[in-house]
Ligand binder design. Structure first.
Ligand code: ADE
Ligand code: ZN
Length: 350
């Protein structure tokens, strides 16, 4: 994966990454809750966090695995109570995204994490949509919201959530599937995904983060997804990699998440280079940036440095994100033109 530009010692790869018009396809809004905002919302809502200071909260972010992270992530969500809280959470993320030159984002939210605590789904979705509208006005960042089901809960609960979200479905672009991966297969969710697709929504799902490549194949078989979230373990099986490449399935990889959740022991061991080399449409994203040590720009910088990527690889990753998004054809054309302006000949449209 060493392209020419990488071999020129004075080529400003970090400058290119900074200026790159980015599209983020894998970020959980709940995973953008920085400790400072968590403490501010806790005080406002009379919620007691299991930490006494911001520093103590951050010091707990040493995760043995995905489940250890999810336990803290769900606990921290208890500070999100009002519609205004969800608006501020969303706008706070978009402010950081703007600093990283994100131009379009398709964030996840997990309604069940909140409705199961007695929060109204209208306040959750309404607050997030308010924040996305504010962010588009303030920063010009366009978006498509993804309603994600929790796979550790029964599929019937996902169906009930889809029904509860009906009044807002025309403002939601896709459904997703996340939470604990091992032991929670995709097949029970086939019916709710089919119902969502019949309703005109697109579909994506987490797979191949902790579980192996066979889960990626099964997810493609049963959920009708256009993208696989993470999917980095697909590289363990050449047949699955070939299928992803041939079917044009976008992978939303999250390098710092994989490092912090010990999916890989070091970024240099990431499979992203193998997948890209096999023709898979890999993209770079942040997942839960408040917890994993960096937003999308940092994810680009760190993986590019670790794998020795060059300018053409960076442009390929950014192009994949534009083409793999659910933005309109017009918006994709705009973003590809912006990218060509920054990356020149290194950027190629589909
Ligand atoms: N929910 C939030 N972050 C997640 C991740 N990395 N994997 C699965 N579910 C999640
Ligand atoms: Zn995720």
């Amino acid at each position: 994966m060493l392209s020419d530009a990488h071999t020129k010692p004075d080529f400003d790869l970090d400058g290119l990454i900074d200026r790159l018009p980015k599209v983020e396809l894998h970020v959980h809004l709940e995973g953008t809750l920085e400790p400072e905002l968590a403490f501010r919302l806790a005080a406002r809502n009379g919620v007691v966090l299991p930490f006494t200071t911001v520093d103590e909260m951050r010091a707990r972010y040493d995760f043995a695995d995905l489940q250890a992270f999810l336990d803290i992530y769900y606990a921290a969500c208890s500070v999100l109570v009002t519609r205004e809280d969800f608006r501020e959470l969303t706008l706070d993320y978009l402010r950081r995204a703007d600093a990283d030159h994100v131009r379009h984002v398709e964030p996840f939210f997990d309604p069940q994490t909140h409705t199961d605590r007695g929060i109204s789904i209208g306040d959750v979705i309404g607050g997030i949509l308010d924040g996305l509208a504010d962010g588009e006005r303030e920063f010009g960042i366009t978006s498509g919201l993804i309603l994600s089901f929790l796979r550790h809960l029964p599929a019937e609960a996902a169906s009930a959530t889809l029904a509860d979200a009906e009044p807002w479905l025309d403002r939601i672009v896709a459904v997703g599937l996340d939470s604990s991966e091992v032991g929670y297969p995709p097949e029970p969710f086939a019916a709710v995904f089919a119902a969502a697709r019949a309703r005109g929504l697109r579909a994506v799902a987490h797979a191949g983060e902790e579980a192996d490549a066979s889960l990626v194949a099964r997810t493609l078989d049963c959920l009708g997804v256009s993208r696989i979230d993470h999917g980095v373990r697909a590289a363990d099986d050449p047949a699955v990699m070939r299928r992803l490449a041939e079917d044009g399935v976008t992978l939303t990889a999250c390098p710092l998440s994989n490092l912090r959740l010990r999916v890989v022991p070091a970024l240099a061991r990431s499979t992203i280079g193998t997948l890209l080399g096999a023709g898979v449409a890999v993209t770079i994203n942040s997942d839960d940036p408040a917890y994993f040590g960096g937003y999308i720009g940092e994810n680009y910088r760190r993986i590019v440095a670790a794998l020795g990527f060059g300018a053409a690889d960076v442009a390929r990753l950014a192009t994949n994100a534009i083409n793999g998004s659910f933005a309109s054809a017009d918006r994709k054309r705009e973003l590809l033109a912006e990218l060509a302006g920054v990356a020149g000949g290194a950027a190629g449209a589909e």
